[in-house]
Design a binder for this molecule. Structure first.
Ligand code: SF4
Length: 119
């Protein structure tokens, strides 16, 4: 595998990393977190999905939308499919921050949770 050029997004400094995942080496990082990020990004990139879920009343009539996110990062390649799953969900009030809206999305072991109260 060749060297990949990746910008570290762990902190605002944005170090320019050169990652050789096969050799397990990272250069250009200013701290250990950057090396860990570089290897993870080169081998199994993940992202936290942040979106909204539709909220309906007990009759299924649209009421609002509520902000949600994955409780942990999921594989970057699964983001589009995860969006489709969340888009199909109709949540019902009351919703409290931290409530699980979609458990174990796409069998990733990660829940989609509410990030704001909607009472
Ligand atoms: S390598 Fe360290 S200092 Fe540089 S952007 Fe990443 S976290 Fe920040």
């Amino acid at each position: 595998m060749s060297v990949q050029h990746i910008t570290c997004i762990v902190c605002p400094r944005g170090c320019a990393l050169e990652v050789d995942a096969q050799a397990g080496t990272v250069t250009g990082n200013s701290c250990k977190r950057g090396a860990e990020y570089g290897i993870a990004e080169a081998t199994n990139p993940t992202r936290t999905l942040t979106t909204t879920v539709r909220v309906v009343d007990e009759n299924g009539e649209p009421l609002d939308v509520a902000p949600v996110r994955t409780a942990a990062p999921i594989p970057k390649g699964s983001l589009f499919d995860a969006m489709k799953v969340v888009d199909a969900v109709r949540a019902v009030k009351p919703i409290r921050r931290g409530d699980v809206i979609v458990p174990n999305i796409l069998n990733t072991g990660v829940d989609v949770i509410a990030t704001r109260d909607l009472l």
